[in-house]
Write a protein that binds this ligand. Structure first.
Ligand SMILES: [Zn+2]
Length: 236
């Protein structure tokens, strides 16, 4: 990654804002973490933000927990508010990789509005395209940490200790909805929901499709390769 643009300015314009889109099991979370480190960007995950708000007991977190306790999805509006607060943090000014949001065209438009108010915009969107058999293989073996949300896999990425998180030592569990039939349903819902958002970014010429059946390392390198194009072209 180049430190400054061809215009020779301070480099403030070079801070990339990337979205990772893709169905459950495409590897967004894991890849976003690695990419954030390699590209020195802030990883913004709506799942993490939600967990943080809940564990810190913020006003928004308290509202969210009422829905979660009833087994309901946390409404868009609450998630969007949490996300908006995140964009006002100094970390977000360094550029970011967003994962888990937007899920639909309405959220994509809201996101553009929120960023515009802060003189920011999305540079590129990487769509992680994984096939159903690969997704099923990944999700049926997935282990999630009950405390920090880290993901492991029974075969692809087993934890060092059986059912214990490498990061924080808490216990791992298999999500109840990581079952073949439920996964197929979730994929169908995702395709329907996300189609509008994908078109939205296609129209903006920001969307790049990547083969996410590949090994994580290959996908990550492909995304880094794409970001290089953006850094080479001066922004006007
Ligand atoms: Zn953990």
């Amino acid at each position: 990654m180049k430190a400054s643009s061809a215009l020779g300015v301070s480099g403030a314009e070079d801070k990339m804002r990337i979205i990772l889109l893709g169905p459950p099991g495409a590897g967004k979370g894991t890849q976003a973490k690695v990419l954030a480190e390699k590209l020195k960007l802030t990883h913004i995950s709506t799942g993490d933000i939600l967990r943080q708000n809940v564990s810190k007991g913020t006003q928004l977190g308290k509202q969210a927990i009422e829905f979660m306790n009833k087994g309901l999805l946390v409404p868009d509006e609450l998630v969007t508010k949490m996300l908006t607060e995140m964009f006002d943090q100094p970390d977000a000014k360094k550029g970011f990789i967003l994962d888990g949001f937007p899920r639909n065209i309405g959220q994509a438009q809201t996101l553009d509005d929120i960023l515009k108010q802060r003189n920011m915009s999305i540079d590129m969107v990487a769509y992680l395209d994984a096939s159903e058999p690969v997704i099923i293989q990944r999700l049926t073996g997935r282990l999630v940490c009950s405390a920090c949300g880290a993901n492991f896999h029974t075969k692809n990425m087993p934890p060092k200790k059986d059912m214990i998180c490498d990061n924080c030592g808490s216990s791992l569990y298999q999500r109840a909805d990581d079952q073949v039939e439920t996964i197929k349903n979730r994929l169908e819902v995702y395709q329907k929901e996300s189609a509008g958002a994908i078109q939205y970014y296609e129209k903006q010429k920001k969307l790049h499709r990547l083969d996410a059946d590949e090994e994580a390392e290959t996908v990550i390198n492909n995304i880094i390769h794409l970001t290089a194009q953006y850094n080479d072209s001066p922004k006007v």
